[in-house]
Design a protein around this ligand. Structure first.
Ligand SMILES: [Zn+2]
Length: 65
């Protein structure tokens, strides 16, 4: 949202497309999930907290790495 550089981590790929991954803002360290091939770049009030919780639970092992 602040137009800073986003760092990409890929958790799952299919046919050269990112299915599941994570974008991290290098400036504010904010995390943006990529799920089902779609980056979730929404302001807080529009974010699906339940979906994001499931996402972070699913990839918790990779996040800690
Ligand atoms: Zn940022």
């Amino acid at each position: 949202m602040d137009k800073s550089v986003l760092q990409l981590r890929v958790f799952e790929e299919r046919d050269d497309e990112i299915v599941e991954g994570l974008l991290t803002c290098t400036e504010c360290k904010r995390l943006y999930p990529i799920t089902k091939g779609i980056p979730v770049l929404l302001p807080d009030e529009l974010r699906d907290k339940k979906m994001e919780q499931e996402f972070f639970n699913r990839w918790r092992d990779r996040l800690d790495a």
